[in-house]
Ligand binder design. Structure first.
Ligand code: NAP
Length: 268
Protein backbone atom coordinates (compact mmCIF):
# COMPACT_ATOMS: atom_id res chain seq x y z
CA UNK A 1 0.00 0.00 0.00
CA UNK A 2 1.17 3.53 -0.77
CA UNK A 3 1.50 5.64 2.34
CA UNK A 4 0.95 9.36 2.57
CA UNK A 5 3.35 12.11 3.50
CA UNK A 6 2.00 12.43 7.03
CA UNK A 7 3.64 9.11 7.99
CA UNK A 8 7.08 9.97 6.61
CA UNK A 9 10.06 10.36 8.96
CA UNK A 10 11.83 13.28 7.28
CA UNK A 11 10.99 16.71 5.91
CA UNK A 12 11.93 16.21 2.29
CA UNK A 13 10.27 17.64 -0.78
CA UNK A 14 11.11 15.86 -4.01
CA UNK A 15 8.32 17.48 -6.02
CA UNK A 16 9.49 17.79 -9.64
CA UNK A 17 12.19 15.12 -9.21
CA UNK A 18 12.26 11.90 -11.22
CA UNK A 19 13.58 8.66 -9.72
CA UNK A 20 14.51 5.49 -11.63
CA UNK A 21 14.52 2.52 -9.25
CA UNK A 22 16.10 -0.75 -10.33
CA UNK A 23 14.64 -3.88 -8.70
CA UNK A 24 11.44 -2.31 -7.40
CA UNK A 25 9.10 -5.32 -7.44
CA UNK A 26 9.53 -6.10 -3.74
CA UNK A 27 11.70 -5.54 -0.67
CA UNK A 28 13.89 -2.46 -0.37
CA UNK A 29 13.30 -1.35 -3.96
CA UNK A 30 9.51 -1.37 -3.65
CA UNK A 31 9.68 0.46 -0.30
CA UNK A 32 12.02 3.01 -1.87
CA UNK A 33 9.62 3.66 -4.74
CA UNK A 34 6.76 4.23 -2.28
CA UNK A 35 8.89 6.43 -0.05
CA UNK A 36 10.33 8.64 -2.79
CA UNK A 37 6.81 8.99 -4.26
CA UNK A 38 5.46 9.96 -0.85
CA UNK A 39 8.10 12.71 -0.72
CA UNK A 40 6.76 13.97 -4.06
CA UNK A 41 9.05 12.36 -6.65
CA UNK A 42 7.83 10.79 -9.88
CA UNK A 43 9.02 7.19 -9.73
CA UNK A 44 9.78 4.64 -12.43
CA UNK A 45 9.74 1.12 -11.00
CA UNK A 46 11.66 -1.59 -12.84
CA UNK A 47 12.10 -5.34 -12.47
CA UNK A 48 12.32 -8.41 -14.69
CA UNK A 49 8.58 -9.06 -14.48
CA UNK A 50 6.38 -6.25 -15.78
CA UNK A 51 3.29 -7.45 -13.86
CA UNK A 52 4.92 -7.03 -10.44
CA UNK A 53 6.03 -3.45 -10.99
CA UNK A 54 2.84 -2.51 -12.84
CA UNK A 55 0.79 -3.52 -9.79
CA UNK A 56 3.06 -1.54 -7.46
CA UNK A 57 3.01 1.52 -9.72
CA UNK A 58 -0.79 1.25 -9.80
CA UNK A 59 -0.92 1.29 -5.99
CA UNK A 60 1.26 4.40 -5.83
CA UNK A 61 -0.82 6.17 -8.46
CA UNK A 62 -4.05 5.20 -6.68
CA UNK A 63 -2.61 6.73 -3.50
CA UNK A 64 -1.98 10.06 -5.20
CA UNK A 65 1.61 9.53 -6.33
CA UNK A 66 3.16 9.60 -9.79
CA UNK A 67 4.51 6.22 -10.88
CA UNK A 68 5.36 4.23 -14.00
CA UNK A 69 6.37 0.62 -14.52
CA UNK A 70 9.07 -0.61 -16.84
CA UNK A 71 10.49 -4.08 -17.40
CA UNK A 72 14.27 -4.26 -17.04
CA UNK A 73 16.88 -6.96 -16.52
CA UNK A 74 19.93 -5.11 -15.19
CA UNK A 75 22.23 -7.91 -16.35
CA UNK A 76 21.45 -7.01 -19.99
CA UNK A 77 22.82 -3.68 -21.19
CA UNK A 78 20.24 -3.28 -23.95
CA UNK A 79 17.46 -3.82 -21.40
CA UNK A 80 18.97 -1.14 -19.16
CA UNK A 81 19.26 1.27 -22.09
CA UNK A 82 15.58 0.70 -22.88
CA UNK A 83 14.55 1.36 -19.28
CA UNK A 84 16.56 4.57 -19.14
CA UNK A 85 15.05 5.70 -22.45
CA UNK A 86 11.53 4.89 -21.23
CA UNK A 87 12.06 6.84 -18.00
CA UNK A 88 13.36 9.84 -19.94
CA UNK A 89 10.42 9.61 -22.34
CA UNK A 90 7.84 9.67 -19.53
CA UNK A 91 9.42 12.01 -16.98
CA UNK A 92 11.91 13.97 -19.11
CA UNK A 93 14.94 13.41 -16.87
CA UNK A 94 16.51 11.24 -14.19
CA UNK A 95 17.33 13.05 -10.95
CA UNK A 96 17.78 9.93 -8.81
CA UNK A 97 19.08 6.57 -10.01
CA UNK A 98 18.67 3.88 -7.36
CA UNK A 99 20.76 0.79 -8.10
CA UNK A 100 19.00 -1.67 -5.83
CA UNK A 101 18.57 -4.83 -7.98
CA UNK A 102 20.49 -7.68 -6.42
CA UNK A 103 20.51 -11.42 -5.74
CA UNK A 104 21.90 -13.63 -2.97
CA UNK A 105 21.89 -16.91 -4.91
CA UNK A 106 23.86 -19.17 -5.32
CA UNK A 107 24.11 -19.78 -1.57
CA UNK A 108 26.90 -22.34 -1.64
CA UNK A 109 30.56 -22.82 -0.88
CA UNK A 110 32.83 -21.67 -3.68
CA UNK A 111 34.04 -25.15 -4.64
CA UNK A 112 30.46 -26.44 -4.92
CA UNK A 113 28.94 -23.38 -6.60
CA UNK A 114 27.32 -23.49 -10.02
CA UNK A 115 29.53 -21.39 -12.32
CA UNK A 116 26.54 -20.27 -14.37
CA UNK A 117 24.60 -19.05 -11.29
CA UNK A 118 27.76 -17.48 -9.81
CA UNK A 119 28.37 -15.55 -13.01
CA UNK A 120 24.72 -14.48 -13.13
CA UNK A 121 25.10 -13.00 -9.63
CA UNK A 122 28.11 -11.04 -10.85
CA UNK A 123 26.15 -9.88 -13.91
CA UNK A 124 23.38 -8.52 -11.66
CA UNK A 125 25.14 -7.30 -8.49
CA UNK A 126 28.25 -5.86 -10.12
CA UNK A 127 27.90 -5.45 -13.88
CA UNK A 128 24.27 -4.35 -13.46
CA UNK A 129 25.41 -1.39 -11.35
CA UNK A 130 27.93 -0.43 -14.03
CA UNK A 131 25.35 -0.87 -16.82
CA UNK A 132 22.81 1.37 -15.07
CA UNK A 133 25.34 4.09 -14.33
CA UNK A 134 26.79 3.85 -17.84
CA UNK A 135 23.37 4.23 -19.44
CA UNK A 136 21.91 6.93 -17.16
CA UNK A 137 24.85 9.12 -16.18
CA UNK A 138 25.46 10.78 -19.55
CA UNK A 139 21.86 12.05 -19.47
CA UNK A 140 22.13 13.12 -15.84
CA UNK A 141 25.34 15.01 -16.59
CA UNK A 142 23.76 16.65 -19.63
CA UNK A 143 20.76 17.69 -17.52
CA UNK A 144 22.94 19.39 -14.94
CA UNK A 145 23.46 16.69 -12.32
CA UNK A 146 21.73 14.17 -10.14
CA UNK A 147 22.17 11.53 -7.47
CA UNK A 148 23.04 7.83 -7.74
CA UNK A 149 22.44 5.58 -4.73
CA UNK A 150 24.05 2.15 -5.00
CA UNK A 151 22.61 -0.29 -2.46
CA UNK A 152 25.67 -1.80 -0.86
CA UNK A 153 26.15 -4.23 2.00
CA UNK A 154 28.37 -4.95 4.97
CA UNK A 155 29.44 -7.89 2.80
CA UNK A 156 31.45 -5.43 0.69
CA UNK A 157 33.91 -5.29 3.60
CA UNK A 158 33.57 -8.84 4.92
CA UNK A 159 34.39 -12.42 3.93
CA UNK A 160 31.45 -14.68 4.73
CA UNK A 161 31.33 -18.43 4.15
CA UNK A 162 29.02 -19.40 1.29
CA UNK A 163 28.85 -15.86 -0.06
CA UNK A 164 31.92 -15.70 -2.35
CA UNK A 165 29.80 -14.22 -5.14
CA UNK A 166 27.97 -11.78 -2.87
CA UNK A 167 30.96 -10.43 -0.90
CA UNK A 168 33.08 -10.03 -4.02
CA UNK A 169 30.37 -8.42 -6.17
CA UNK A 170 29.34 -5.99 -3.43
CA UNK A 171 33.01 -5.08 -2.87
CA UNK A 172 33.38 -4.46 -6.61
CA UNK A 173 30.20 -2.35 -6.70
CA UNK A 174 31.49 -0.31 -3.77
CA UNK A 175 34.62 0.45 -5.77
CA UNK A 176 32.40 1.57 -8.68
CA UNK A 177 30.73 4.03 -6.30
CA UNK A 178 34.11 5.45 -5.29
CA UNK A 179 35.45 5.82 -8.82
CA UNK A 180 32.21 7.23 -10.23
CA UNK A 181 32.18 9.76 -7.40
CA UNK A 182 35.68 10.94 -8.33
CA UNK A 183 34.87 11.17 -12.02
CA UNK A 184 31.46 12.84 -11.75
CA UNK A 185 31.51 15.05 -8.69
CA UNK A 186 32.66 17.98 -10.83
CA UNK A 187 29.47 17.54 -12.88
CA UNK A 188 27.18 17.99 -9.89
CA UNK A 189 26.57 14.25 -9.61
CA UNK A 190 26.53 12.64 -6.19
CA UNK A 191 27.31 8.91 -6.19
CA UNK A 192 26.82 7.28 -2.81
CA UNK A 193 26.38 3.79 -1.37
CA UNK A 194 23.91 2.67 1.28
CA UNK A 195 24.75 -0.18 3.62
CA UNK A 196 21.38 -0.94 5.23
CA UNK A 197 22.33 -3.73 7.64
CA UNK A 198 20.02 -6.74 7.59
CA UNK A 199 16.54 -6.11 6.22
CA UNK A 200 13.44 -8.31 6.54
CA UNK A 201 12.83 -9.20 2.89
CA UNK A 202 12.50 -12.33 0.71
CA UNK A 203 16.26 -12.02 0.17
CA UNK A 204 16.86 -12.36 3.92
CA UNK A 205 14.42 -15.30 4.14
CA UNK A 206 16.58 -17.13 1.58
CA UNK A 207 19.65 -16.44 3.72
CA UNK A 208 17.87 -17.70 6.85
CA UNK A 209 16.72 -20.89 5.12
CA UNK A 210 20.18 -21.64 3.67
CA UNK A 211 21.78 -22.09 7.13
CA UNK A 212 25.09 -21.36 5.42
CA UNK A 213 26.70 -18.93 7.89
CA UNK A 214 26.06 -16.91 11.03
CA UNK A 215 23.79 -14.42 9.24
CA UNK A 216 21.31 -17.28 8.71
CA UNK A 217 21.04 -17.69 12.48
CA UNK A 218 20.12 -14.08 13.27
CA UNK A 219 16.74 -13.72 14.91
CA UNK A 220 14.22 -12.28 12.45
CA UNK A 221 13.45 -9.47 14.92
CA UNK A 222 17.01 -8.16 14.40
CA UNK A 223 16.24 -7.24 10.80
CA UNK A 224 14.98 -3.75 10.02
CA UNK A 225 11.81 -3.25 7.94
CA UNK A 226 12.34 -2.33 4.26
CA UNK A 227 10.87 1.15 4.69
CA UNK A 228 13.71 2.06 7.08
CA UNK A 229 16.19 1.36 4.29
CA UNK A 230 13.95 3.35 1.96
CA UNK A 231 14.03 6.35 4.32
CA UNK A 232 17.85 6.10 4.24
CA UNK A 233 17.77 6.21 0.42
CA UNK A 234 15.56 9.31 0.64
CA UNK A 235 17.99 10.88 3.12
CA UNK A 236 20.86 10.29 0.68
CA UNK A 237 18.84 11.94 -2.11
CA UNK A 238 18.26 15.01 0.07
CA UNK A 239 20.68 17.72 1.14
CA UNK A 240 21.89 15.61 4.07
CA UNK A 241 23.30 13.03 1.69
CA UNK A 242 25.88 15.44 0.29
CA UNK A 243 28.29 14.86 3.20
CA UNK A 244 28.42 11.14 2.35
CA UNK A 245 29.18 11.40 -1.38
CA UNK A 246 31.58 8.69 -2.51
CA UNK A 247 31.15 6.62 0.67
CA UNK A 248 28.97 3.78 1.90
CA UNK A 249 26.52 5.42 4.30
CA UNK A 250 25.47 2.98 7.04
CA UNK A 251 22.30 2.80 9.09
CA UNK A 252 23.79 0.11 11.30
CA UNK A 253 25.36 2.93 13.33
CA UNK A 254 23.52 5.10 15.86
CA UNK A 255 24.80 8.18 14.02
CA UNK A 256 23.41 7.00 10.68
CA UNK A 257 20.04 6.12 12.15
CA UNK A 258 19.76 9.45 13.97
CA UNK A 259 20.46 11.36 10.75
CA UNK A 260 17.65 9.52 8.97
CA UNK A 261 15.27 9.83 11.92
CA UNK A 262 15.14 6.08 12.56
CA UNK A 263 14.78 4.51 16.00
CA UNK A 264 18.14 3.53 17.49
CA UNK A 265 16.92 0.25 18.95
CA UNK A 266 15.26 -2.15 16.53
CA UNK A 267 12.44 -2.77 18.95
CA UNK A 268 11.68 0.91 19.65
P1 NAP B 1 14.61 -8.79 -2.71
O1 NAP B 1 13.46 -8.61 -1.81
O2 NAP B 1 15.00 -10.17 -3.15
O3 NAP B 1 14.40 -7.87 -4.00
C1 NAP B 1 15.37 -7.86 -5.01
C2 NAP B 1 14.90 -6.99 -6.16
O4 NAP B 1 15.90 -7.06 -7.18
C3 NAP B 1 13.59 -7.47 -6.75
O5 NAP B 1 12.78 -6.38 -7.09
C4 NAP B 1 14.04 -8.20 -8.02
O6 NAP B 1 13.06 -8.12 -9.02
C5 NAP B 1 15.24 -7.37 -8.41
N1 NAP B 1 16.14 -8.06 -9.32
C6 NAP B 1 16.83 -9.21 -9.11
N2 NAP B 1 17.51 -9.53 -10.22
C7 NAP B 1 17.25 -8.57 -11.14
C8 NAP B 1 17.66 -8.33 -12.47
N3 NAP B 1 18.49 -9.17 -13.12
N4 NAP B 1 17.21 -7.24 -13.10
C9 NAP B 1 16.36 -6.38 -12.48
N5 NAP B 1 15.93 -6.55 -11.23
C10 NAP B 1 16.37 -7.64 -10.57
O7 NAP B 1 15.94 -8.18 -2.08
P2 NAP B 1 16.18 -6.96 -1.04
O8 NAP B 1 16.47 -7.54 0.28
O9 NAP B 1 15.12 -5.95 -1.18
O10 NAP B 1 17.57 -6.43 -1.60
C11 NAP B 1 17.67 -5.29 -2.43
C12 NAP B 1 19.12 -4.84 -2.46
O11 NAP B 1 19.57 -4.62 -1.15
C13 NAP B 1 20.08 -5.87 -3.07
O12 NAP B 1 21.04 -5.19 -3.86
C14 NAP B 1 20.75 -6.49 -1.87
O13 NAP B 1 22.03 -6.97 -2.17
C15 NAP B 1 20.79 -5.30 -0.93
N6 NAP B 1 20.90 -5.63 0.49
C16 NAP B 1 19.92 -6.36 1.11
C17 NAP B 1 20.05 -6.65 2.45
C18 NAP B 1 19.00 -7.42 3.22
O14 NAP B 1 19.26 -7.75 4.39
N7 NAP B 1 17.83 -7.72 2.64
C19 NAP B 1 21.17 -6.22 3.16
C20 NAP B 1 22.14 -5.50 2.50
C21 NAP B 1 21.98 -5.19 1.16
P3 NAP B 1 12.59 -9.35 -9.94
O15 NAP B 1 13.09 -10.62 -9.31
O16 NAP B 1 11.10 -9.21 -9.93
O17 NAP B 1 13.20 -9.05 -11.27
Amino acid sequence: MFWGRSKMLQHLDFTGKSALIMGASRGIGLATAKTLAAYGASVTLTARSYESVAAAAGDITAGGGRAWAQVCDVSQYTSVQSAVAACLATTGKIDFLINNAGVIEPLSHLIESDPVEWTQAADINFKGVYYCMRAALPHMREDGGGIVVNISSGAANSALVGWSHYCSTKAAAKKLTEVAHKELRQHNIRVVGLSPGTVATDFMAKIRDSKINAVSDLDWSNHIPPHWAAEAVAFLCGDGGEAFAGTDFSIKTDEGRKLVGLPINRSS
